[in-house]
Design a protein around this ligand. Structure first.
Ligand SMILES: [Zn+2]
Length: 386
């Protein structure tokens, strides 16, 4: 057993209802868990001790929505979009071609590099999706590679219908042999329920086939316009519906009355020149909101959760505390990883030792100093990684 006392924490955001926010605090990490949280003056000595000099600390970011297994570059598509071209789901096909042509080593190196990039900015728990393979072998390969580098893997064979493939044939593959091959490698299944991707009936078919194989459900919905994604996700008990850029009052009500988390992806909204998702409206209605990066080469090529938090505060009407919670505990809820031994997005005895120290006296600086790299130290699963 190796224990480390992290002390001199000027402001500690725990996300624990009883512990709340502490000042002059300390945390004891033992192996992969938090052993103790409390006032620095009450901390017992340990083998190792790190004094963070009055800085603020919080749980590491939980990035519950990324697409990191890919190859190729879509800079030109981004340039065209910034010159006025609309975003569509079609760009995904370019990444699919490049991903199929890439070696396992190249794909693994890309995931490793992006995970390092995220961790160095305070992200300690990541989900990532398949969805750029879209054949049985390539989806299984992408799931295997993802699982080597991230905490949670989601099957997104229903990302688009590969060009040149019949939709019904492809759906039969996704809901049959592809799911059979990938299900042992992943915890979740997701579907892109959107114009240009899969409609409500097709999406439901994919999700039901995944549920039968014991996978948890997630949905990409309401990104490009009001659509059936939110209602489908709530009706099938999905853990999360992601994007939620365009919501009707019925959608907001359905989310507020359910356990389905509304995961908002502000970097994606900005990078596709969409309006920002109605975060304030969702919170006021009582929905659970998470913030995630949606890191992917097409619509949101950033791993910066701090950027998402600053955007949520400065442009979407959230308080700093609401945005920080959504990017930590909210993400954990969206991944159903927020309770029990090893819970993430929270700092309390027994939670996973994921700690993010800011080079700032308060989490308020995340929005007060937007764009400034404030990450000072990161412990991930008990190990100092930055
Ligand atoms: Zn996505």
């Amino acid at each position: 057993m190796t224990a480390t006392l992290i002390t001199g924490i000027g402001e500690l955001t725990t996300n624990d209802d009883e512990l709340g926010r502490l000042h002059d605090a300390a945390v004891i990490i033992e192996d992969e868990r938090v052993r103790w949280v409390g006032p620095a003056a009450n901390a017992e000595p340990t083998d190792a001790r790190v004094d963070v000099g009055g800085r603020a600390a919080l749980p590491g970011w939980v990035d519950s929505h990324t697409h990191l297994v890919f190859a190729g570059d879509r800079t030109a598509e981004f340039e065209a979009r910034m010159a006025g071209q609309a975003y569509s789901a079609g760009g995904i096909a370019r990444t699919v071609d490049a991903t199929r042509a890439a070696t396992d080593a190249d794909l693994g190196e890309t995931v490793r590099r992006l995970v390092r990039e995220a961790v160095s900015q305070g992200t300690t728990y990541l989900e990532t999706k398949t969805g750029y393979g879209l054949t049985v072998d390539d989806e299984a390969r992408c799931a295997r590679i993802a699982a080597e580098h991230v905490d949670e893997v989601t099957f997104l064979g229903a990302h688009i219908v590969p060009p040149g493939t019949d939709t019904d044939d492809y759906l039969a593959t996704v809901t049959g042999p592809m799911l059979d091959a990938v299900a042992p490698l992943v915890r979740w299944a997701d579907v892109f329920c959107e114009q240009g991707a899969f409609d409500a009936t097709q999406s439901e078919r994919v999700l039901r086939a995944a549920a039968v194989r014991g996978l948890g459900l997630r949905v990409h919905g309401n990104q490009l316009g009001e659509g059936p994604g939110v209602q489908l996700a709530v009706r099938l008990g999905a853990a999360s519906v992601d994007h939620c850029t365009y919501l009707s009052d019925n959608d907001v009500d359905a989310l507020a009355g359910s356990d389905t988390v509304a995961t908002l992806l502000p970097a994606c909204d900005l990078s596709t020149r969409q309006p920002l998702a109605p975060a304030r409206r969702l919170l006021d209605a009582g929905a659970v909101v998470a913030l995630a990066s949606n890191a992917n080469p097409g619509s949101s090529y950033t791993t910066s959760m701090a950027f998402c938090v600053a955007t949520a505060v400065l442009q979407q009407g959230l308080s700093v505390d609401e945005a920080v919670w959504a990017a930590t505990r909210g993400g954990a809820k969206a991944l159903r990883a927020d309770t029990g031994d090893g819970a993430v997005g929270v700092l309390r005895p027994g939670s996973r030792a994921d700690l993010h120290v800011l080079d700032a006296p308060s989490v308020t600086h995340l929005a007060y100093r937007p764009g400034v790299p404030l990450t000072c130290a990161v412990w991930r699963n008990g190990a100092r990684e930055y």
